[in-house]
Write a protein that binds this ligand. Structure first.
Ligand SMILES: Nc1nc2c(ncn2[C@@H]2O[C@H](COP(=O)(O)OP(=O)(O)OP(=O)(O)O)[C@@H](O)[C@H]2O)c(=O)[nH]1
Ligand SMILES: [Mg+2]
Length: 389
């Protein structure tokens, strides 16, 4: 079946024909070969979205969101991408650009009449507008931590000395017997990774070899790999055994971690022990008491993970959330220019200087929507798409 979508009301704003056929690989291949034999060519990765962008159907941040939508790994990241395709971020950027352009027109007009003094209402007007945008951009930048976690996912490392129950916890979180669990210390040798979602965040869960002094070369390699994962993980669960208190080996494990991204997970609380759990609080870390065996406390641990990454961006559909590093960098540049502009206005510096900063701020915002984005960055963005998108 062929569906004809005449310009301009198609995805690319051009005439488009879509061929629908049965999904078998060979059927699709035969049809494509037929079209290639009569002179058509395959689309480049992201070429349809690129055309939609150059023809004005989407701005650049919307086009990027199409790629995010295709790769969305959780419901939350999907709705975030949809909101951005819909133009939620674009509209804010457009609004700031309009306000900054107005100020620039005003400033340039006064540059043309150097003999006249700037009326005070002009500088207070520019000041209040610029301050308003600085605050709004600050708010947007605050959403990046969560936004990035939602779209790119986070990595969560299970670390600890042997036998504390790291692999058991991985299995409990996954709800399946994925990793080998055994009472022999040193069971896990290699790192093992599995994907799941926690509170809407796509999570890459990494089990690792228990850390200890050993002469076993194989085990040492596992330990080396585990330690290598520490710096690249977004959050580390340092797992300890409730019945044994915080041992020197546990403290050694904590030593290799950056405390700002560590949860102390006190496992095996089902074991009848007289150990006082308050000793674990001395490390000054968020403490979660659980049993990987019975599942007790595991839900609370999941919630803990979600709130660690969620900075209060409660409903991504209705609030603008920054998800791309590129957008974050441009927003920071814009804010830096506006902060310099504000100081210049307050210090009574020359209008030329105001104009330079206003243009720089506009240029930074234009990189998000695409007007001022360099070609190599554009190429990079569209090459991440797959063919046919
Ligand atoms: N009672 C109790 N036993 C547990 C719990 N979690 C794990 N265990 C037991 O502790 C032992 C070690 O569990 P593993 O999950 O293999 O521990 P690990 O930290 O992965 O150990 P290595 O891979 O050797 O570093 C096994 O006998 C588990 O059955 C728990 O919550 N309660
Ligand atoms: Mg293990």
């Amino acid at each position: 079946m062929a569906v004809f979508m005449p310009a301009p009301r198609s995805y690319t704003c051009e005439d488009v024909v879509e061929i629908h056929c049965h999904g078998g690989q060979q059927v699709v291949k035969s049809i494509i070969d037929l079209y290639l034999s009569v002179g058509l060519r395959l689309a480049l990765p992201g070429e349809f979205t690129y055309r939609a962008y150059t023809n004005g159907r989407l701005d650049l941040s919307q086009a990027e969101a199409v790629a995010r939508l295709i790769h969305a790994r959780s419901e939350k990241s999907q709705s975030l991408a949809l909101a951005q395709v819909d133009g939620l971020l674009s509209r804010s950027i457009f609004q700031y650009k309009e306000m900054l352009r107005e100020s620039l027109v005003l400033v340039e007009a006064w540059i043309d009449f150097p003999e006249e003094d700037i009326p005070p209402e002009t500088s207070t007007g520019v000041l209040s507008q610029v301050s308003g945008i600085i605050d709004k951009i600050g708010g947007l930048l605050d959403t990046y931590h969560t936004g990035r976690a939602l779209v790119s996912g986070v990595s969560l490392l299970l670390l600890g000395r042997p036998n504390v129950g790291k692999s058991s916890l991985l299995n409990a979180l996954l709800g399946e017997d994925r990793a080998i669990v055994n009472s022999t210390p040193g069971t896990t040798r290699d790192t093992l990774e599995e994907s799941l979602t926690m509170g809407g965040f796509p999570v890459r869960l990494i089990d690792s070899a228990g850390l200890r002094d050993t002469g076993d070369q194989l085990e040492l390699e596992g330990i080396r790999r585990a330690q290598g994962k520490v710096s690249v993980s977004d959050l580390v669960f340092v797992v300890v055994d409730a019945s044994e208190g915080l041992t020197d080996e546990d403290k050694d494990v904590l030593e290799v971690c950056d405390n700002s991204k560590v949860f102390l997970v006190v496992n095996k609380i089902d074991k009848n022990c007289d150990q006082d759990l308050s000793c674990f609080l001395s490390a000054g870390l968020p403490v979660f008491a659980i049993s990987a065996k019975t599942g007790q406390g595991v839900d609370r641990l999941r919630e803990g993970v979600a709130s660690f990454f969620d900075d209060g961006v409660s409903s991504p559909e209705s609030s603008v959330v920054v998800t791309e590093e590129r957008h974050r960098d441009s927003l920071s540049l814009c804010r830096d220019s506006l902060l310099r502009l504000r100081s210049a206005v307050e210090a009574g510096d020359s209008l030329e200087f105001w104009a330079i900063e206003l243009r720089a701020a506009l240029d930074a915002l234009g990189k998000i929507s695409g007007e001022t984005t360099p070609d190599d960055v554009l190429e990079g963005i569209f090459s991440r798409f797959c063919i046919g998108k």
